[in-house]
Ligand binder design. Sequence first.
Ligand SMILES: [Zn+2]
Length: 288
Amino acid sequence: MYKTLKEVTQTATKLNMTVGAFNTHNLEMLPEMIRAAKEMGAPIIIQTSIDTAKYIGYKVMVAVIKEIANDEMVDVCLHLDHARDFDEIKAAIDAGYSSVMYDGSHLPFKENIVKTKAVVEYAHAHGASVEGELGTIGGTEEGISVAENDKIYTKPEDAVEFVAQTGVDALAIAIGTNHGQFKSKTEVNIPLLKEIHAVVNIPLVIHGGTGVKEEDYPELINNGIRKFNVGTELLVNWTKIAKASFAETEVNKSLRHNVIPANMEVKEIVKHKITLFMNVDNPLEMKK
Ligand SMILES: [Zn+2]
């Protein structure tokens, strides 16, 4: 079924697991991403940048996701990633996106609160969820670039205030991860995550998940990470396989021969990630 971010992360909290939030860049890779979740019996968050949403069309994106979610009997949330423009956020919510991220992390603290709160009011009035961000996540993503020296870790006391003042449904935190990191792995600041989790009572979100070591997943999940973003790993592998397929396929053969292998590669990665995200070796009572 078509779900909000609040709904899928509430389920994840109850079960002490996390929900994979996977970025799609086109319609081609989308159905197999959702079928991967269906095969695992897990909910999934599909997220798009504003640019991808405009490329496909907000309403088209919503229609496709809803159709697959209902047809394939899998819980899917459609989320707008890293939005800063109110007009685009409104366009997504009005078209039926079930969740949006307002990224005010670059703003002064009070301005971030005021703007995030405005987005929460509009989103909640229209049945959508909101993810906020505090601190800065490093690296580069579409339209977002943060230099290493400008990274600021999330302060637990700020997180408490931010959540109380804004009413966000989930909070993206900066604990050392970087967007777009795929050639190396990062050291996540687990002690800081524990500090934040001890005082913040809503689902926490990790960005730049491609750069996180898989052996760190259980500790992240056991300390309140309920939305786990993975984008770069899918993008890089889809492109690698597509490059090879396009190079070897005759020009008059159906395009399916080029894109299906890339889609299937993405499906396998999503399934692998979801297996880890279900956190099956850890007990339910790890949650607060
Ligand atoms: Zn991000």
